[in-house]
Each structure stands twice: as C-alpha cells, then as structure tokens.
Design a protein around this ligand. Structure first.
Ligand SMILES: CCCCCCCC/C=C\CCCCCCCC(=O)N[C@@H](COP(=O)(O)O)[C@H](O)/C=C/CCCCCCCCCCCCC
Length: 211
C-alpha cells in the first residue's frame, strides 16, 4: 500500500534540494513534486488534469536526469548552463525544444510560487477561512498570469472541490494544528529559498518567459 502523504516528507525533500553552494538538486526537487502529486491524487478526479500535467513534467525531467546527458542535469544550475551552451532551449517561440529541461522546470517553478503562497495562507489562516479562497488568491498571484482563459476556468472549477481547512491540517500528518503551523513555519523558508535561487538564476539568464 502507498505510504500516506506527510508534510514532513515534503519538508525533507526541499531541505535536501540545496547543496552547500546553494545549487538546486533536480532529483530532490522532483521528489518534492512527486510527494505533492501523491497528495493531490487523494483529492479526486476533478484534480486529475492538474496532477497529470505535473506528472508529465516530472517525467520529462527524470528522463533527462537519467538519460545519456544526465550528468548535466544534476542541478538546475548545471542544466541551465548545459542547455544554453548547446542551444537546447526555445527562447522566444516554440521550436525543436518543446521539452527542454529549462522550459519544463520553469512550469514547476511557477507552481512552486503558488505552493509557497498557499501554504503561507494556510499557516496564518483562522478557523473560518476558506481554503478555496486561499488557493484561488495564491493562483491569481502566481500561475494564473501564465495560463490561458480555458485553463483558468477549469482551475476555477477544481477549486470548488477543494477540501476544507480541517481536512488539510489532518492530511498533512504532522500532529495537531499548532504542530502543523510550526512545521509549515519551518518548511516555508526552505521552499522560498529554493524558489528564489531558481528565480534569480532564470532572471539572470532571461529565461522567465520561455514559451
Ligand atoms: C498539504 C499540502 C498542501 C498542498 C499540496 C498541494 C499539492 C499540489 C500539487 C500540485 C499543484 C499544482 C501544480 C500545477 C502545475 C502547473 C504547471 C503549469 O502551469 N502547466 C501549464 C502549462 O504547461 P505547458 O502547456 O506550457 O506545458 C498547463 O497548461 C496547465 C495544466 C493544468 C493547470 C494547473 C493549474 C494549477 C493550479 C494550482 C492549484 C492546485 C490545486 C491543488 C489543490 C490542493
């Protein structure tokens, strides 16, 4: 039987993500996403179009990591260097490299910002606050800016099926509410640091708008 989701495991994967030199290990980054997908899979079919998209992007990056050029895909930094130096990225319009590592990771990177905003809302929320509103606000501030109308509408429908705050606190499998809030407080700086390092790297290389 599959192991239950736990926030602690997500925290550990993001903790393992950063090397001493503050490079981001792709292997652990993907492990973090796999853990989050396992959580989303418990929420029902209405979320399956979202988890399928994440799974396919994780798979693209895993294939690169385990493929013949895998040594260049150990960290986000080495991937960016390798793909740019070898013209493996479609920079302004889609061409021959629609499954480049840089482009694929950028989609997950934007979603990481959503996660950061959502978890922070959850951490500071009050008993009567609605998770659908937290989720939607986090989405509008992050991913929505990169999604076309049709996707935004489908995501809006999925938000209506989001479980309530109590359920979220339970499925995080991290004890009572105070303990979950404390663990979120510990996890968020790690997620933020991984996000910011990637954001700065992509900004420096003009990769934030890859098609
Ligand atoms: C207790 C833990 C707390 C929460 C755990 C949540 C688990 C979340 C897991 C995944 C979150 C969503 C990840 C979404 C990745 C989207 C990547 C993307 O932007 N893809 C689009 C662009 O790709 P290309 O076409 O350019 O290749 C793609 O078009 C979009 C597809 C589907 C829409 C994704 C919307 C995501 C909205 C975020 C809300 C998630 C709700 C989760 C409910 C908890």
């Amino acid at each position: 039987m599959a192991e239950a989701f736990s926030l602690q495991k997500v925290l550990e994967t993001f903790r393992s993500c950063l090397s001493e030199e503050k490079e981001v290990y792709i292997k652990y980054y993907l492990a973090g996403w796999q853990e989050l997908v396992s959580f989303m899979n418990t929420l029902g079919n209405v979320f399956s179009f979202i988890s399928k998209d994440v799974v396919s992007k994780v798979q693209i990056l895993e294939n690169l990591l385990t493929g013949e050029n895998g040594s260049h895909y150990v960290t986000v930094q080495s991937m960016v260097k390798y793909e740019l130096e070898n013209n493996l990225v479609d920079i302004t319009k889609r061409g021959n490299h629609i499954e480049s590592g840089c482009r694929t990771l950028l989609r997950l990177h934007r979603a990481l910002r959503w996660l950061e905003l959502f978890l922070d809302s959850l951490r500071t929320s009050k008993e009567d606050d609605k998770t659908s509103v937290m989720c939607c606000d986090a989405y509008n501030e992050s991913l929505a800016q990169h999604h076309p109308w049709l996707i935004r509408k489908a995501v809006g429908v999925a938000f209506c099926a989001i479980p309530g705050r109590d359920t979220f606190f339970q499925v995080m499998n991290a004890g009572d509410e105070t303990q979950v809030v404390a663990l979120l407080g510990e996890s968020l700086p790690l997620i933020s640091e991984v996000y910011q390092i990637t954001e700065d790297l992509y900004a420096k290389n003009n990769l934030l708008e890859l098609p």
